[in-house]
Design a protein around this ligand. Structure first.
Ligand code: DQQ
Length: 531
């Protein structure tokens, strides 16, 4: 198969060819970051799943290694699916993953390094006591997978496995004293009606003050917990913030943190099966997500590859305590090349102007807009609960009061193609409502693509009249961070004209109120060493 370079990313992780999905078992061990991921060594569609393995010193430049875990034993002969790493006392990493057994049951297995002194941990061994956890009784053996990183509390190791009971999504809890014998707790850690299968659960503490990350077993007064699940019915991820009681092993979401479909999301676009880990090297918690293609499977096959890993994000609790904040890891900035800077530039209604002097198909843009007045904001209708539908109705060309304003990324010169990332501010009975969109509808002349008007609301105080936006643009992906990481949206797009040197970047405003670019910094991005 010849791999088509068009639309391949320069600084987002992807192997030379074939299919990838979920990031697995990310960890930091002896100065090295490990990324494992679901991989089909035989083609650009899902199947034949193994754990591919790459290592890095900075999570930006990578060295590929041979697959770490692949079907070899009855307990994983039909597939090595997602899982997590735990670093046991004495700096001993261990992996838990889902194996598909000869009856196509989903069972949980362990793998340990063959040689702890190899900093790359190239070779993994599956102990004979596998599988260590199997579905029993009334459990659904085809919906029982993706074990989390284990945490230690109250004299036990604990972990959860994602599942469902009929339509109820479940995080089954297991306990062990020795990491070998695991016993299911009577109650799940948490469950929620009508949410379907909970894939790739993730459960971890965040500090109530400051940006520092916490090791997964940390408990205490100044700690909240996050439970994230990937809902396979919508292919979106939702999280809640809440309280974990290590004695009853129950997790209760805060009353400000809705459970299920109306809940908070890490990303309002193409971002799935994510996982976090504690980076002991830099004292932060890192979030890693996968973005699949929005192209047709036939095109994936003909281009020879499918799927990318998104840029790792530092994740921490907002001072409100009501949501998480996310920001691309600072190591990404080492790839910044030529820079352009713009300040105090007004954009009037209907105007757009070009940000010149950078490679617009592979760029990092960080802009702060200033609004002089909020008086002309359109009235918000409280029935508009679905941000994506609202963006579909009020797109970047639909004139408003305050906005739409923002960036036109991956744009062709005459705007036959562009992916707008923008804000629109509404007046509501209490304050303002800010909508953020990353709208793929105009991204490509190719009509058969999936081109959703992804959007989310931004819970931001506009008292200082400022709204910021950072977008990471990389050929077929636009990853955007609104208001310093309050709302994040990732789009996959496949322009036909706006490619390589023919891609442009513009700032625009289609609101009646003038918007000022207080500051804009944009950089050409160098490619990472990836494969
Ligand atoms: N992908 C894995 C499963 C997981 C799903 C299989 C989520 O373990 O539930 O490749 O994308």
């Amino acid at each position: 198969v010849e791999v088509k370079q068009l639309h391949r990313t320069g600084f987002h992780f992807q192997p030379p060819m074939h299919w990838i999905n979920d990031p697995n078992g990310p960890m930091y061990y002896k100065g090295v970051y490990h990324l494992f991921y679901q991989y089909n060594p035989k083609g650009a569609v899902w199947g034949n799943i193994v754990w591919a393995h790459s290592v890095s010193k900075d999570m930006i430049n990578w060295k590929p290694l041979d697959p770490a875990i692949y079907p070899s034993k009855p307990f994983d002969i039909n597939g090595c699916w997602s899982g997590s790493a735990t670093i046991l006392p004495g700096e001993k990493p261990i992996i838990l993953y889902t194996g598909i057994d000869p009856q196509n049951r989903q069972v949980q297995n362990q793998a340990v390094p063959a040689n702890y002194s190899d900093p790359y941990l190239r070779e993994w061994v599956k102990p004979d006591n596998n599988p260590i956890i199997v579905p029993v009784g009334g459990m659904n053996a085809s919906a029982f997978r993706d074990p989390t990183t284990a945490w230690w509390s109250n004299g036990h190791w604990k972990l959860v496995v994602g599942s469902r009971r009929k339509h109820r999504g479940m995080a089954y809890l297991y306990r062990s004293r020795d990491f070998v014998h695991w016993v299911k707790a009577q109650h799940p850690l948490h469950s929620s009606a009508n949410t379907g299968m909970w894939e790739c659960p993730d459960f971890y503490p965040v500090s109530s003050s400051g940006k520092s990350g916490l090791e997964t077993s940390v408990l205490g007064q100044n700690v909240k917990h996050v439970l994230k699940v990937s809902l396979d019915l919508t292919r979106y991820e939702y999280y809640t913030l809440g309280t974990y009681d290590p004695r009853s092993d129950r997790y209760v979401p805060d009353n400000t943190s809705a459970d299920g479909w109306s809940g908070l999301r890490y990303d309002y676009g193409n971002f799935y099966a994510s996982k976090t880990f504690f980076d002991a090297g830099k004292n932060r918690r890192i979030l890693w997500g996968w973005a699949n293609e929005s192209d047709t499977p036939n095109n994936d096959t003909s281009k020879g590859w499918a799927g990318i890993q998104l840029i790792p994000r530092t994740v921490w609790l907002d001072t409100s305590g009501k949501q998480l904040l996310q920001w691309p890891i600072k190591e990404l900035e080492t790839l910044r090349g030529e820079k352009v800077h713009i300040s105090n530039q007004q954009i009037k209604q209907g105007d757009h102007f070009e940000v010149k002097g950078i490679t617009a198909a592979q760029a990092d843009v960080d802009v702060t807009f200033r609004l002089s007045s909020l008086d002309t904001a359109e009235q918000f209708d409280p029935s508009w609960v679905d941000a994506q539908a609202l963006c579909g109705q009020k797109g970047s060309t639909v004139q408003g009061g305050i906005g739409p304003f923002g960036l036109l990324t991956l744009a062709s010169e005459n705007l036959e193609e562009y992916t707008p990332v923008f804000f629109r501010v509404f007046k509501a009975s209490e304050g303002h409502v800010v909508l953020m969109c990353s709208d793929a509808r105009s991204s490509s002349l190719r009509r058969e693509l999936y081109r959703p008007s992804f959007a989310g609301f931004v819970n931001v105080n506009l008292a200082d009249g400022k709204l910021s936006l950072r977008s990471l643009i990389d050929h077929s992906v636009v990853e955007s961070f609104g208001a310093q990481g309050k709302t994040c949206i990732t789009s996959r797009v496949y322009p036909t004209l706006a490619v390589f040197q023919d891609a442009h970047l513009y700032a625009f405003n289609n609101g009646s109120e003038i918007v000022t670019i207080e500051n804009l910094n944009a950089w050409s991005m160098k490619s990472g060493q990836i494969s």
